[in-house]
Design a protein around this ligand. Structure first.
Ligand code: PRP
Ligand code: URA
Length: 208
């Protein structure tokens, strides 16, 4: 899994373990998920090139390097990816957002796309946000859907996954980069991640 990067940052590990606590209220759950997404973003963009722009400073006009934020499109997979977007747009407010809504059928475990609205992705970096990679079906299908829009590059930011799901996505999409906070042990017979965090969408939106 050469294109899967698991974070080793202690702050990320701490935040992931905090959201495992089932007594954490949904507000803090969303805040922590947003914070994890921010840190993953730092890791994912560590080699990006800055563009030189001239700005007016207190000592006159000067040139400095800036990230071309408008070339980044963040695409949360609804519902559970939404708190990740909230965290990220705090630090990249000029970036764009698009949306995919997917629901995993809990008997076949196949993902169903029920809404898609993304801006033009040609020449852009598309960054897909989904906290969970269980069977990998949802992320696999989301990447395939986004590839149809011909972005320059695709990155995914994920919070908790298991090897089998990540292997599936990594093998079928070797041309993307997958940044994940934590790789957990296994799936149970209902394809939930163990130990995991439970149902991420329900935890975020009080629908447990
Ligand atoms: C969750 C999660 C992923 C998917 C992962 O979404 O956000 O999209 O499950 O499972 P997979 O790897 O086996 O496909 P869910 O279908 O529960 O929808 P929700 O976000 O609306 O709760
Ligand atoms: N979706 C979730 O929200 N959690 C899991 O553990 C698996 C799929």
């Amino acid at each position: 899994m050469q294109n899967v990067y698991e974070s080793t940052h202690p702050l990320i590990k701490d935040l992931v373990n905090k959201i495992r606590d089932i007594n954490l209220d949904s507000n803090l759950f969303r805040k922590y998920v947003g914070a994890i997404a921010k840190i993953l973003l730092f890791e994912a963009l560590k080699s990006e090139k800055l563009e030189t722009r001239e700005i007016e400073t207190w000592i006159g006009k000067k040139e400095f390097g800036f990230l071309p934020e408008e070339n980044y499109v963040f695409i949360p997979i609804l519902r559970a990816g939404l708190p990740m977007l909230d965290g990220i747009i705090e630090i990249m407010p000029l970036s764009k957002a698009g949306f995919l809504a997917m629901k995993r059928d809990e008997t076949t475990f196949k993902s169903i796309l029920y809404y898609k609205r993304v801006p033009n992705l040609e020449g852009k970096t598309a960054i897909i946000l989904d906290p969970m990679v269980a069977t990998g079906g949802s992320l696999h299908d989301a990447v395939a859907e986004i590839k149809k829009e011909k972005p320059k590059k695709i990155i995914t930011l994920n919070v908790v996954g298991v090897k089998e799901g990540l292997y599936y996505v990594s093998k079928s999409h070797p041309d993307i980069d997958i940044y994940i906070a934590q790789i957990d042990e296994k799936l149970n017979d209902k394809k939930y991640i163990i130990p995991g965090i439970g149902d991420a969408g329900d935890r975020a939106f009080n629908t447990v």
